[in-house]
Every structure is written in C-alpha cells, then in structure tokens.
Design a protein around this ligand. Structure first.
Ligand code: CO
Length: 433
C-alpha cells in the first residue's frame, strides 16, 4: 500500500466504526483522547491553558475539538475547519414494528435526501442510541450497533415491474420503504423489537424509553480500480471531510500553534442545520466566545478575533461521471484523483468568494497539491453546505471546498484515493500558516 492508500484505509476504518452520527462523534472522541485531548462539558466552568488540547460534544453527535494558540486571539483569530457527521438515510419510527403479510416489518422515516433506490437489496442493519431509565430512575443514553445484517428492502422482481429500466427504480416513501426484519409469530411486534434491543444492550426492555436508530449498510469499505486508485463506502459525504480535518488537527507539528485551531463537526447538516446542535445553532459561536472570555479577553477583542478568523467548510463535491455528461457544467468538470475542489456559487449557496478562494489556492500551491474549481450548471439548482450559514452567523470569512466523489447520497459512494491525502495536506497547511 502506498501512503495515499494507507490514509484511505484509515478513513475506511473510521467510517466502518461510525454507522451513525452518534457513533461518528464517538469515533472522533476516541482519536482525540488517544492524542491527549481533554473533555470539556458545556455545563461546567472551564479553565483553559495556552496550547491546551480540548473537545466538547453536544447531544452525542456534534463535536468541537480545539488546540489553544499561544498568541492572543485578537492577533491571530481562530482557524476553523467545519464538516458534518450525518448522512442521508432511513430512520426507525417510534412505533415502527408491525406485522404485514405474515412478516415483521419496521416503518421508517426518510432522513435528509438519500437516493432511496440504493437502499434496496443491501445487507442493512441498525445503529444509533437509546435512552433508558436505570435502577435509580436516572435517564441514561447508550450507543447501540447491530453488527450483523438485520434488515432488507427486497426489490420487486422485474416480472412485476417491467418498466423499471426505462422509468427508473422508484419507492413510495410511506408504502414501499418499510424494512423486513423477520417472520410473524404469536408475540406482539413491539415486544419482539424491544427484546432485540435488550439482547444487544443488556438493558431490560421495560427500562428502554426511546431511540434514534439509523439504517446503515453492513458492507465494509473497499478499494477498487485497476491500481486500487478508487475507494467506496457509505457516508463519504461527509465523514471523509471529518477525517481529513481531524488528521490535520492531530498532526504532531501542530502541538503548540500560534493561532487557536478548531475542528467543528456538526450533526443535522442534511436536514438544514437549524437545530440545537446544528451548524445554524449556537454551538460554535458559544464555544468560540467561551474560549475568548476564558482568557479575560475584552468583548472588543473577541470581535477582533472573529474578524481575523478563517473557516474552511469541508464537504464533498460532485466528480464528473462520463456516463452522464449532460449533468455537468462543461467547463467545470471536476475529476476524481485530480485534487481538492473549491466550490463557487454566485448566489452564495457556497460561501467561497474570490479572496477566500485565493487563500485556499495559495495553500494548495504551497503544498504542491493540484486543485480544481467547481460551479454547478446554471439551469439546475445547486446544493448547499454549512459554510454560508455558519460564516453569516459568526462573521468569519469562509471557503467551501471538498473532494470530488461519485454518487453523493447513495448508500454506496465512491471517490479517489489520492484526493484524501492531498486534502489532509492542504488543511494541515492552513492550520500551520
Ligand atoms: Co455533505
């Protein structure tokens, strides 16, 4: 394996250990703890030290890690990398288990905008968190991860759906998405499902009060291509960017930085970010303010720090797929394995502007990393990222970038091996400068 493949191999392990946003935050936390980061609680008082390494988690799935700089914030500002921990999927409804046609099914809700058809005929399972009452009547939360395949969405045979190849594979969201779990028997469906959770967690099913369960694909990440130059897994959007940001932050050269370095990974990007722990909430702004005021910075210095700051909003980009040439802007085709992508949209669906784009290009050039520029077709609506809203909220100059990938929001996405290492190099350069 070459260095780039080793880097992706670590990314694939990170994704395989993170089948839900709650697990993703937990996997990030494990890496931070291994690098001697110290946990802070929002409910407690903080006493931060120069060059201290810290992290905090809000509601189990949004996580902010930072290394305090040794210079004053007003002089250096914050250097921030933003990304998201969630991916579009199916989620299990509160009263999901039911019998239908002598089978036990689970009702699901669509989370964000997945390509629904890609969930069919896969070895699916469940991961997420449950809340329960312990013997002292205290509400507790536990991560749950069913490792074996548990669920399936079998397709209709072509003999009953003869136009499928001409008209596309469609699923009615309410009627055709419930997942098959087992055969019916004399037990109540709900009881069976609670027993399943009990068996996995060891928590008495009567004590389990609620859950958030994500449907995930049990197939592990893999390399492919003539020279294994491509890779695939679920959730590349956007765990690949979280991994790249984290690898940059954990680099040994950055143990005593001048500026305060921040990685902010949010849940709920795929549903608009406007939540308690989303990028359009106050998690990041509160944290940055608390960092400043912990050093008795005056209010004015905090605002000076924000004005000095820079954020890289890292989220994946759409790579050119030659089978669908009409979907792309002909002069802005971005290619897998040809470097990180700067995303530009004049209507500010992406937060890049000419100054922030130039700064990113400069870091690429310093690292000898190729870069690409993406603009969406003018006649189709463009997606967005957490960049525009967090930069608006904080008043921080931001660039939207990401690595090129295929099949965004499919349960099996793919990308190029060489881009991941290149992205890590550029993000590290941003932190180092
Ligand atoms: Co994304």
């Amino acid at each position: 394996m070459n260095t780039a493949q080793k880097c992706v191999s670590a990314l694939l392990n990170f994704i395989d250990e993170s089948p839900s946003p709650w697990h993703a935050a937990h996997s990030v936390e494990k890496k931070l703890l291994a690098h001697n980061f110290q946990e802070l609680k929002e409910t407690e008082s903080w006493s931060l030290e120069k060059n201290g390494h810290y992290y905090l988690i809000r509601d189990d799935s949004s996580i902010i890690a930072f290394i305090m700089g040794h210079k004053s914030l007003a002089e250096t500002g914050y250097k921030i990398i933003g990304a998201h921990t969630d991916s579009p999927s199916l989620r299990i409804k509160p009263k999901a288990p039911h019998y239908e046609g002598s089978l036990l099914r689970l009702g699901v809700e669509v989370y964000g905008g997945p390509i629904l058809a890609t969930f069919s005929d896969r070895d699916l399972s469940l991961a997420g968190r449950i809340s329960y009452k312990d013997n002292q009547n205290i509400i507790k939360t536990q991560l749950v991860h069913f490792k074996e395949a548990l669920l399936r969405l079998p397709n209709l045979a072509i003999h009953m759906n003869s136009k499928v190849n001409a008209e596309g594979l469609k699923f009615h969201k309410q009627n055709e998405l419930p997942l098959l779990l087992s055969c019916a028997n004399e037990q109540l469906p709900e009881q069976r499902f609670y027993k399943l959770l009990e068996k996995l967690t060891g928590i008495d099913s009567k004590q389990i009060l609620s859950w958030e369960l994500n449907v995930y694909d049990t197939q592990k990440g893999s390399f492919w291509g003539e020279n294994q130059e491509f890779y695939s897994n679920s959730q590349l959007d956007n765990l690949a960017s979280c991994d790249a940001g984290l690898q940059a932050l954990l680099d040994n050269k950055l143990k005593q930085p001048e500026a305060t370095l921040v990685c902010a990974f949010f849940d709920h990007e795929e549903i608009g970010s406007e939540t308690y722990k989303g990028a359009n909430g106050n998690f990041l702004s509160d944290t940055l303010a608390r960092i400043a005021f912990n050093f008795d910075e005056k209010q004015e210095n905090y605002h000076r720090a924000l004005a000095m700051s820079f954020m890289i909003s890292a989220d994946m980009a759409h790579a050119y797929q030659p089978n669908f040439p009409a979907a792309y802007e002909p002069n802005h085709k971005v290619m897998v394995n040809q470097g990180p992508v700067i995303k530009v949209n004049e209507n500010q669906r992406y937060s890049s502007e000419s100054v922030s784009a130039a700064m990113f290009i400069n870091w690429c050039q310093q690292e000898d990393v190729p870069y690409q520029q993406y603009a969406h077709r003018t006649d189709i609506p463009c997606g967005s990222t957490l960049g525009p809203m967090s930069s608006a909220k904080l008043g921080i100059r931001t660039v939207d970038v990401g690595n090129p990938m295929w099949a965004m929001h499919s349960i099996r996405e793919s990308a190029g091996v060489y881009d991941h290492l290149n992205m890590i190099k550029v993000l590290r350069r941003f932190f180092e400068n």
